[in-house]
Design a binder for this molecule. Structure first.
Ligand code: ADP
Ligand code: MG
Ligand code: ZN
Length: 477
């Protein structure tokens, strides 16, 4: 039978606010355990939470970026469960009335567009962190993360393949990064996702029974776990079995999912409105302010790059993959207005360099101005494209301007015809056999002669002039 996968994602994004959601403790990562804590985030009796305004601001940004309806009045609720990383015995979250609902994003997959519905976005606090050491008879708890703000973004079950799930996840990550609200790092856990998946016979409109997959901390794991799960569920249904609703854990070492808990063991969280927090009311002034200050988002930027710079959609997408890269590109183009050439150097040379050095665009040793300067030197025929790569490498090492490097290393291109003629004559004189072969029709040897001349001039001869002179001199032979 032909089965169709149905996937919905629950994404948790850690917000980049300076302080926690209900107290003034720092959210900075990497401090000694339990130093970023206070009576509020430690869950002491008698303390009161106070909502961090920035958390609402960031959530509103996300709500707009995902075309959601904003609830003018939303509520915080207590989600009750017992676990040692949760000192209060409940997590403050939103339940019946989240801050935003009914949105969508457009993703592109294999060249076709698809709209993915967003069910809801809600705010909540993160729990602490447990460390289990095999050598100790106890576990250790670090409550620095307790109370760090999160938003949860729940999608409709609109995704139909692991690739679509991956594309959606990447798209949302790019949005949170463009908005500057989350650093989007899956490996470090600041951007996490649970994947719900069921399958059903193609053409069927009723949803199948889903499994919820956890422990997916990279894009690769999300896709791999979904593939595994599709096969597992297919096998069950093909054997006339029934899939049971359960939570399953992805095991990246064994490349499989295993059951964590079934429906019967599912928690009853006994949600109820938090009596310590007032309903959150958002007025028009605030909403309009957020709307007006929203940055240009990835899809819009890609469209504009295609139109304004006449780039292919592949090029435009590569350049807008991050806001910083797009800004780098635009700054370079301002100084050297040949978008296609800047694009090639940015996506091939610069990204290649950053990749090998494991650096981000913000840490680029080559400034947009220096890259533009280099392209200007090629354009004015001061250096050849080949020498430009040498200069580029030198810029990466020293951070110097291209002009400084060209001068210091004497890399200026030789365009002096008589100087090149001299070298060409010498090369032809030294290679009589090849000249003979060339005259007998082996015209491919042209490349060999050019190579020899370039070698003699250490790559500095203008290739166009070299070709011209070689052609002329060989004809004379
Ligand atoms: P819970 O919090 O119990 O996991 P939610 O209603 O918050 O449940 O949603 C879980 C996610 O599961 C949503 O992203 C939704 O789209 C998805 N989902 C719901 N039913 C199915 C199904 N039958 N198959 C696949 N995904 C589903
Ligand atoms: Mg869930
Ligand atoms: Zn605190």
């Amino acid at each position: 039978m032909n089965f169709e996968p149905v996937i919905g994602l629950e994404i948790h994004a850690q917000l980049k606010t300076k302080t926690k959601i209900f107290c003034g403790c720092s959210t900075k990562f990497g401090a000694p355990p339990n130093t970023h804590t206070c009576p509020v985030c430690l869950g002491m009796p008698g303390v009161l939470p106070v909502l961090n305004k920035m958390v609402v601001e960031y959530s509103l940004r996300m709500a707009f970026a995902t075309n959601c309806e904003i609830n003018r009045e939303s509520r915080f609720a207590r989600k009750n469960y017992f676990y040692p990383d949760l000192p209060k015995g409940y997590q403050i979250s939103q339940y019946e009335l989240p801050i935003a609902e009914n949105g969508y994003v457009n993703i592109e997959i294999n060249g076709h567009k698809k709209r993915i519905g967003i069910t809801r976005i809600h705010m909540e606090e993160d729990a602490g962190k447990l460390t289990h050491s095999p050598n100790l008879p106890f576990s250790m708890v670090d409550l620095n993360r307790t109370g760090t703000p999160l938003i949860e973004i729940v999608s409709e079950p609109d995704l139909r393949s692991p690739e679509e799930a991956g594309a959606y996840l990447r798209h949302l990550r790019s949005i949170v990064r463009y908005l500057g609200i989350c650093d989007g790092n899956m490996e470090e856990g600041s951007f996490r996702c649970d994947a719900n998946i069921s399958i059903r016979p193609k053409g069927e409109s009723v949803l199948g029974t889903r499994a919820e997959l956890k422990n997916l901390n990279s894009f690769k794991h999300v896709e791999k776990a979904l593939y595994y799960e599709i096969d597992r569920q297919k096998e069950i249904l093909s054997d006339s079995g029934t899939v049971i609703q359960e939570t399953r854990l992805w095991d990246p070492d064994k490349n499989r999912t295993t059951s964590m808990r079934g429906k019967e063991e599912a928690h009853d969280y006994r949600y109820f409105p938090d009596p310590d927090l007032l309903p959150l009311v958002i007025d028009d002034i605030w909403i309009n302010d957020v709307k007006e200050n929203l940055p240009e988002l990835p899809n819009a930027k890609t469209k504009r790059f295609i139109k304004e710079f006449s780039l292919s959609s592949n090029d435009a997408e590569a350049l807008t993959s991050s806001r910083e890269l797009a800004e780098y590109f635009e700054e370079s183009v301002k100084e050297f207005p040949n978008p296609k050439q800047v694009c090639n150097w940015v996506t091939v040379e610069l990204l290649g360099l950053l990749n090998t050095k494991e650096k981000t665009i913000n840490e680029s040793p080559i400034s947009p101005g220096n890259l533009a300067g280099l392209l200007k030197l090629i354009d004015k025929e001061v250096i050849s494209g080949k020498i430009a790569k040498t200069v580029f490498g030198e810029m990466a090492k020293t951070g110097q301007t291209p002009e400084e490097i060209v001068k210091k290393k004497q890399l200026v291109q030789v365009t002096d015809v008589s100087a090149i003629e001299e070298v060409v004559s010498k090369v032809l004189l030294n290679n009589p056999k090849e000249v003979e072969a060339y005259k007998n029709g082996k015209t491919k040897l042209m490349g060999f002669f050019v190579g020899q001349v370039m070698k003699e001039t250490k790559g500095k001869a203008n290739p166009k002039i070299v070709n011209e002179i070689l052609g002329k001199k060989l004809k004379e032979k």
